[in-house]
Design a protein around this ligand. Sequence first.
Ligand SMILES: [Zn+2]
Length: 589
Amino acid sequence: MAEALQGADSAQPVADLLESVGVELSDARQHVYLVTFARLLAATLAANPARRDPSGFSREQIGSCLQDAIDNPMADAVGGRPRSNQGGIVVKYVVFRETHQDGSYHFHIAVKLTSSQRFSAFKRTLLQRHGLVSNWSCSHSSFWSAVRYGFVPSEAKPVVDAQCFQWAADGLAWDLFEASQEPFRADSWRQRREKREKKDKQAEAEGKSIGFTKLDLLSLVLSKNLRTKRKLLTYAQNHGTVPMQSFLSKHQRRLPEFIEDALEWESAPAESAVEELTDWDLLCQAADQPCPHGDQCVYKTACDQIFELNAASFSWVSLAVALRSVIVSGPSKTRRVPFLVGSTNSGKSTLLESFDSLFGEVNVFHLPALTDKRFALRNWLRHKRFVFWDEFKPVQFAEAECLPIPQFLKAFNGDLFEIQVPQNAHDGNVDFRWTRGAAFTAKERGLFTPAEFVTAEDIFHIKARVHLFRCSARLPRLRGVPQCRHHLAQWIRAGASIFDAAGGLRPALPALAVEAGVDVGVGGGVQGLAELLRLAAIPEMVARSLGTEILELGAVHIRELSVQDWCELAAWGGLRPLQQRRLLASLQT
Ligand SMILES: [Zn+2]
């Protein structure tokens, strides 16, 4: 090839050109190449009439020859066209044309492929099918650096092609300036700083200050895995340079914050890809992926056990449906927040804490501290996907003024509510609306007992925002069940599809009587119940469930039940708001 690539005017410029683009290694396999089409010597052209001088091509033409050679390479030197790659493997390319003094020119193309490929067949195809001699530089392993070669002026090449031709398989425009920037890599940033500091030793000796920036710190944290303040300080004392030590000592109190920033910086690319997905998409994706614990998933076994033992008090299908509704559209009057209540070791937290693993711990808004009175909710504003309040006692939170009743009612009804934030960051209050998933758990004892500032009516309204699921059965050995996003996602999706298949739109009822095979008739066995339910025009399905539950409480007369007892019935959640109101009104008469 060397002889074919002789320059038209003198051999030297072409040799220089090829040296500057980087060497061609015959057995390289890369997904990025910088391809050069140099001018041909008049004598070469005369001796090989099939060859064409690139000067006769436009940027577009030379680009499409390259694309053709890559997407439909010749199988062998003889030259038939083999099957074409489905859809092609060229992701994008940019053609730069550089002009010589005599008006002729050569081309550079930075090209990115979907996978690593050897270039020999492409090169042969270019020569035999298009008559073009090409050089495949293998010294750019990343697309940005190949683009940079043609796009960014340098000392050796002060003038660059201002009218280069860009192409992308997805048809979208792409930004050359962006494409020519080196993506951040903690390692290389740290090494760059180390090099610079070595060079600046002299300056340092002369007492000049040498910068150690926050980005330097961030790269150090990530590349040396110094993710705690202690580790960072120890490293700086043992291995740090003077500028690093003085930066750390100056900002010592803020280091935990800087470390947090570093972790956010690191996870941003992955997070932003996931950000595009809806919460339900993300859940379905996790359901489709294999379980990280293989076929020995302790979480799955625990779920099966919890659902089976609690089958008498709630159906896992209705819990799945309730979770789906709230995840897809956020809470409202009809999409109430699933609230799992029960004693310790009933498995209620075990069932739901895998939301941390599904959405990522930082994306779940956990229960704020009761002591954090004024700004308890401020972290809710930080791009959360889910609210999971484990051991949440709404009455206690209202009493502590962490979450006053009106705020609770608005927040879990999809209404705007105010979140108080520190004055120094903002003017004090931020309007906020929660339109994503939520779930609570709590011990049942005393959960809905009125308190000094929380009346029975408040409690009635709180209950209208939640959908109670009672985990009454105690489970042995529940400590340390590892979270599993896959199996969590799977039972929610499976339950929801069972519900859909069964005819969907009826409200998700804890179908007690139906499941247990008990038919006591509407209100049979409890005096006054049948009439009450009839007066309040409660649909028969729900009436049946209410009847069974009240009977199970051991009641013989309807007057034995307090308003609170009514609200705590699992089937109460199956009533529409107006049905609840009618029923309560009938109770008072
Ligand atoms: Zn699993």
